[in-house]
Design a protein around this ligand. Structure first.
Ligand code: UD1
Length: 386
């Protein structure tokens, strides 16, 4: 069997690492050899957004890099399709495997199906219901056309059934990203927080080396266009962080390239960089971010992956979004996260409650570190409906 798996952007890397590991294990013990090729679309290209993850997670270098880079969505998707089609025609795989919800999965699932190649979507069935999110469009398309849909939780399987997907296409396999978390927890725990800060602070930003991180700190990540692309939304969030979070505890903000550009455009970057209780860091490697999550008193984020990691680690999490495709991470389902959108009054109210909460780790069903093996078995056992 020949499989091509695809990655494009940062959140894909921690999902593909265990899948590649599962293929390696399979090849060591089974006579039924799987030939595997890894394709990187090149959407994320900075070392900090890509290469660091390959190194830390021991992902073999991509066999093919499509070099798509930045651009509008149409440019990213269109260029990926043009290049990926050439790869498919040359390699002629049995399966294309896509993970998550970034532009690569839309481009590559469509291209695979047009070439009559079987397509498997890992992390299928997540739905925010918010069609203004590019990721929601990517998920809907990939799930509609893929042959095998591997879901992280039963709510996602149910979403697919409601959309009319037949049962034989759906397999509940668990959350593959948690495989990576479980594998790397101990390694991450050995890192030193002050060292993480020293070696990753944004050039020219103020670092207060007297800050004690032992008594609790907050961590923030923001990258969604809905939070960072308009000054009227981003500025009040920044004000709240500076005036109300930084006055209670140090805030570590790991800054996504999109957000940094917008802070600069809106004339806010200088103030953020010079605040004594706000530590501005470059995008972190996987292990460094995991360590911060393990020790933070609270995380404020608009990342879906962090919501999931906070649930497993028990870190109180304010999700700066009005909806989520991952309801299983919400407090009403036993998770660690609360939706606060970008309404400052709501953020304030929930912040005050969250910093009083104890750490409460929860492992939803099949978030057990063995999802990748189940994903590979599902592919190997797949029988096409006739
Ligand atoms: C993408 C994904 C999103 C994911 C996020 C994680 C889509 C539709 N969105 O959003 O689901 O949660 O990644 O990071 O696929 N840039 C750099 N260096 C890089 C990569 C990007 O400077 O290595 C810049 C780009 O030039 C662009 C901005 O960052 O201006 C945003 O990058 P883009 O790839 O458009 O999407 P993300 O916002 O990162």
């Amino acid at each position: 069997m020949k499989i091509i798996s695809v990655v494009g952007a940062r959140p894909n890397f921690m999902k593909i690492a265990p899948f590649i590991e599962a293929i390696k294990k399979h090849n060591q013990i089974s006579g039924n050899h799987i030939e595997h090729f890894l394709v990187h679309t090149g959407q994320h290209y900075d070392d900090r957004m890509s290469r660091y993850f390959f190194e830390q997670l021991e992902i073999p270098e991509a066999d093919i890099n499509l070099g798509v880079g930045s651009g509008s969505h149409a440019e990213q998707v269109g260029n990926t399709m043009i290049e990926f089609e050439k790869v498919l025609r040359e390699k002629n795989p049995d399966w294309v495997v896509v993970v998550g919800d970034v532009n690569a999965i839309l481009a590559c699932s469509v291209t695979a199906k047009k070439e009559q190649i079987l397509c498997c979507h890992i992390e299928a069935g997540l739905r925010s219901g918010d069609m203004s999110m590019p990721e929601e469009i990517n998920r809907l398309v990939a799930d509609r056309i893929s042959d095998l849909l591997l879901t992280p939780d039963r709510l996602s399987s149910e979403n697919l059934r409601k959309e009319g997907v037949p049962d034989d296409k759906i397999r509940f396999t668990g959350n593959i990203m948690i495989d990576t978390l479980e594998k790397n927890r101990n390694k991450a725990d050995k890192l030193d927080i002050k060292e993480i800060i020293r070696s990753n602070s944004v050039d020219g930003s103020h670092i207060n080396t007297n800050n004690s991180f032992d008594h609790g700190f907050a961590v923030m990540t923001l990258h969604r266009p809905s939070n960072v692309d308009r000054k009227a939304v981003l500025e009040p969030i920044v004000r709240f962080m500076i005036d109300e979070v930084c006055s209670t505890m140090p805030l570590i903000w790991t800054i996504h390239p999109r957000t940094r550009k917008m802070l600069e455009t809106f004339g806010l970057l200088k103030e953020v960089m010079s605040h004594s209780n706000l530590v501005l860091l470059e995008p972190l490697g996987y292990l460094e971010m995991l360590k911060l999550n393990m020790k933070a008193r609270i995380i404020l984020t608009d990342s879906g992956g962090l919501q999931e990691e906070c649930t497993v680690l028990g870190t109180p999490c304010l999700t700066l979004r009005w909806n989520t495709e991952r309801p299983i991470t919400l407090s009403e389902h036993g998770g660690a996260s609360v939706l606060v959108g970008n309404n400052i009054d709501l953020i304030r109210e929930e912040y005050k409650k969250a910093i009083k909460k104890p750490r409460l780790p929860v492992s939803p069903e099949l978030w057990d570190g063995h999802t990748a093996d189940r994903c590979l078995s599902a592919i190997l056992e797949f029988k096409q409906a006739t």
